[in-house]
Write a protein that binds this ligand. Structure first.
Ligand SMILES: Nc1ncnc2c1ncn2[C@@H]1O[C@H](COP(=O)(O)OP(=O)(O)OP(=O)(O)O)[C@@H](O)[C@H]1O
Length: 251
């Protein structure tokens, strides 16, 4: 039997994480740590390697090199134990269309072996204003409603680590702001660690205490939003992002 993982182990420890697709080095020796309860932003332009990194953290892709521990579990040997305590949300993943919202959430509750599944679904429906949607087919919801259902799905097992890929993509500014405020509050109340991949710099500045800047698979800079702003002499992260994308160095 393997020893139980240290409950204080970081949520994510990546060391030299690498993924190669033929000639493309999608992720190039990425190392970082996400502490328990922390929020790390994964930033980078299209094709920078964000989704590939998340797929390796979820055990969906086998790294070409390096290693990653999630909640103290080595993903190469013990990924099912890690995944029971983690969850994931992306607006690009559709839930089965014909099943109602409640049926979808029940399937996930059973997959994660959630005790009192009906009670947990009712709790999340109240927190995420889903009560009126529970009997509607998932395929008939608006983008904002689908995002709230996807968040409920991602929290069904009260995860210790939440991986969010573009949580506010395709949402109107009002709904996006609602989701950000909700995540901000949830993170403070739950102590859940969050890895957030986003193209929205204001979102990253608001939610993240540490930011990883990726460019063509490589970690080109990192720090707290305040550290990055001061290093590049900028007023917002969008300008820092453009400096990095256009190879303008920090002063
Ligand atoms: N299955 C695949 N086969 C070959 N190359 C791939 C595959 N998946 C991704 N890539 C390549 O790996 C690189 C990183 O892609 P990835 O999707 O991780 O970037 P991303 O940062 O998530 O981009 P975006 O912001 O556009 O979603 C890109 O050059 C992409 O073309």
């Amino acid at each position: 039997m393997r020893p139980a993982p240290d409950p204080r182990a970081p949520a994510i420890e990546a060391e030299g994480l690498t993924k190669r697709y033929g000639a493309t080095l999608a992720v190039d020796a990425l190392s970082f740590t996400l502490p328990r309860g922390g929020t790390v932003g994964l930033l980078g332009g299209n094709g920078a390697g964000k989704s590939t990194t998340i797929a390796m953290l979820l055990g969906l892709l086998i790294p070409t090199g390096g290693r990653v521990r999630v909640l103290g579990h080595d993903m190469a040997r013990d990924r099912f134990a890690a995944l029971a305590r983690a969850n994931f949300s992306s607006p690009y993943i559709a839930l089965p269309h014909r099943l109602s919202v409640a049926e979808n959430l029940l399937v996930y509750a059973h997959l994660y072996d959630v005790p009192d599944a009906a009670g947990r679904i009712a709790e999340l429906a109240a927190q995420l204003s889903l009560a009126d949607l529970l009997d509607r087919p998932a395929g008939q919801l608006s983008a904002g409603q689908k995002t709230r259902v996807a968040l409920a799905k991602s929290l069904i097992n009260r995860p210790d680590l939440l991986l969010l890929d573009e949580p506010t993509a395709s949402l109107d500014p009002d709904t996006a702001d609602w989701v950000r405020s909700w995540l901000e509050r949830y993170r403070q109340e739950s102590g859940c660690a969050i890895l957030l991949a986003s193209h929205n710099m204001a979102e990253v500045e608001r939610l993240c205490d540490h930011v990883l800047m990726l460019k063509t698979g490589r970690l080109v800079d990192s720090g707290s939003p305040a550290e990055l702003l001061s290093r590049y002499g900028r007023d917002d992260l969008e300008e820092v992002f453009l400096d990095i994308a256009r190879d303008r160095r920090a002063g």
